[in-house]
Design a protein. Structure first.
Length: 117
């Protein structure tokens, strides 16, 4: 898979790399269980710091697109978030269990007898 970073694009390198890897996962170019390139190797190939790559890998893990394995690098998650057709990947992010509960909760005003929601 080819990755291209443009320092003059007006978009942070971490964002460019994250979007390309996320899109490769959601489009099926990277399959569940596929090993991601080791961070040191990818940083060297792209001419960026290792911190840039580890930041991106960390975000992919946090958002459910990848899984970190102690001593084994990062792999594409077995159940990566799917992107519904016609929806941008960013809009298709799964809400956490806590987020779903908060979104569905009916929260009323803290004043006794108030019926505002």
């Amino acid at each position: 898979m080819d990755l291209f970073l443009d320092p003059g694009a007006g978009k942070p390198l971490t964002t460019q790399l994250y979007e390309q890897l996320r899109d490769a996962i959601t489009a099926g170019r990277l399959y569940p269980g596929n090993q991601l390139v080791p961070s040191r190797q990818l940083a060297g190939e792209l001419g960026v710091s290792r911190h840039t790559v580890t930041t991106v890998y960390g975000r992919l893990v946090a958002e459910g697109y990848a899984e970190g394995r102690a001593g084994g690098g990062s792999v594409v998650a077995s159940a990566s978030p799917a992107t519904p057709k016609g929806t941008s990947p960013a809009a298709a992010l799964r809400m956490t269990y806590l987020g779903q509960n908060l979104a569905n909760a009916k929260i009323s005003c803290c004043n006794p007898g108030c019926n505002r929601i």
